[in-house]
Write a protein that binds this ligand. Sequence first.
Ligand code: FES
Length: 115
Amino acid sequence: MSWTKVLAQNELPNDARKVVKVEKRAILLLNHNNEIYALENSCPHLGLPLKKGKVTDGAIVCPFHRSAFDLKTGNPTLWTPFPPGIGKLMGMMSTQKGVAVFPTRIEEGSIWVEI
Ligand code: FES
């Protein structure tokens, strides 16, 4: 694990999001309520990008089958509820998993992520 400087703080204002590459991983940076979160930009269900997911109740909702993952822990709070009926079946065929989340910090006007 090591800290990497990824972005200037002013490039990620409140409600902004950006994907950066760190050690060959696509990391989604989110500024939600002036807290910076870093998570793998890959839904653990089918590996599709989470970047366009809405944030609801402290969780990011995958835009594809609407699994939701807690921004702080990465734990799933909902697993493949969409589309109705089919989503539930898909969910039974795949193991429920969380998304990787990474510590962040602000130092001298930059955002750092520990990968
Ligand atoms: S790809 Fe995210 S829930 Fe299916």
